[in-house]
Design a protein around this ligand. Sequence first.
Ligand code: 4AD
Length: 429
Amino acid sequence: MQSISSALNDSLIGKEVELRGWVYRIRSTAKLCFVVLRDSSNIIQCVGKIDELGEEKFKILSSLTIESSLSLKGIIRKDERAVTGYELNISDYYIFCRNVNFPVSKDISEDFELDNRHLWIRSREFTAVLKIRSTIFKAFSDFFYENGYYQVQPPMMVSTATEGGSTLFKVPFFGEEAYLTQSSQFYLETFIFSLEKVFTISPSFRAEKSRTWRHLTEYWHAEGEVAWIGNEEMMDIEEKMIQYIIKAVLDQNMDDLKILNRDLEPLKDSLKPFKRMTYDELISQSESLGMPLKYGDDLGADEERKIMSNFTRPLFITHFPSELKTFYHRPDPENPNLILCHDLLAPEGYGEIIGGGERIWNLEELQQRIRDNGLKEEDYYWYLDLRRYGSIPHSGFGLGLDRLAMWIMHLDNIKKAIPYPRTIRRLKP
Ligand code: 4AD
């Protein structure tokens, strides 16, 4: 038994192989039955002939419907007209499951597709999405392992907010109230005191009430935290990491990008250096970028979409006013109204994929920011302890992997980039 992609090979011409998979397409005439078989690796045209199979076996084969599962034995031939250039001449077959009616076809509504995601993930398009996601997740980890980082495992059930109370998911916890984590950042900060350079890939949860094309309530969050470095160096590392991931996808997923009709130029362009712009500079250029903004405006999905449709390469925005960001960001000593942070915005209208920056590492400053934000110091006792005992300068970031995947694949909604999206209206399948 071998994979379809390994059977598409000149060295097998004239030899008998056995393939197994699912019916991708099927049509028959009185004497010939064409089954396009798919497995995880590719598709191949297989032909059954009434003269060779006998009437009974031919009839059973030609009555199969799509997504039925079977194994096929036969001789491999080269055939330029066949969908992947080779054809299997069926000598025998075994049916595992004969489908009565596979409910999912190409022309289905978005809701029907989402209700049947467990079946839709078999489509060629979604198989390509899953393969590209797999490369992205691996490349993220590979990049950090190659650069001397440790992978760590923070908890998902937590007692404190990191990104503000309005998007917290509450979970009953044996008489106490727990939350699903919004970000593992604070735990990653604890790990740097033993490991210095750490990363994690974990789910994060946001009780987002708004429905937008880029928000999920559960998403895959790739976060890193690094001892001794500042905002600029953090951006240098992130830029290399994003380029490493893009290179991996370009190296390993050309066929999948083709299935998704992805224009490769913006991905190739993103291998060149990323531009950096302060929030101030962005505001003053906003009109010419087609999105007039005034100082103090926050950047949401619509604003970023307009701004980033001017770019084919990611763009860092730095030095936001402190009131636009959460309490842990370190103010710029040169101008304490601004913070040493950054967002990385993806081009082609996609917008924010990374948020990061330098953390406050002075105890009194952090205590003050916690109080100013109406939070209780005792809830953050362990986070404050990091500033009490051996505190050091450090920076970190959080990358939304589903958003990165959506941009890399040029999909129009984040729900198309994750197998089982969770949103305000969707918990099934
Ligand atoms: O900008 P955010 O909220 O930053 C943090 O959570 C930091 N504590 C991360 C850190 O420094 N360790 O989120 C980081 C990224 C965003 O840039 C975005 O890509 C993604 O997480 N993200 C979401 N992705 C999908 N759905 C949502 N609702 C998201 N919220 C944030």
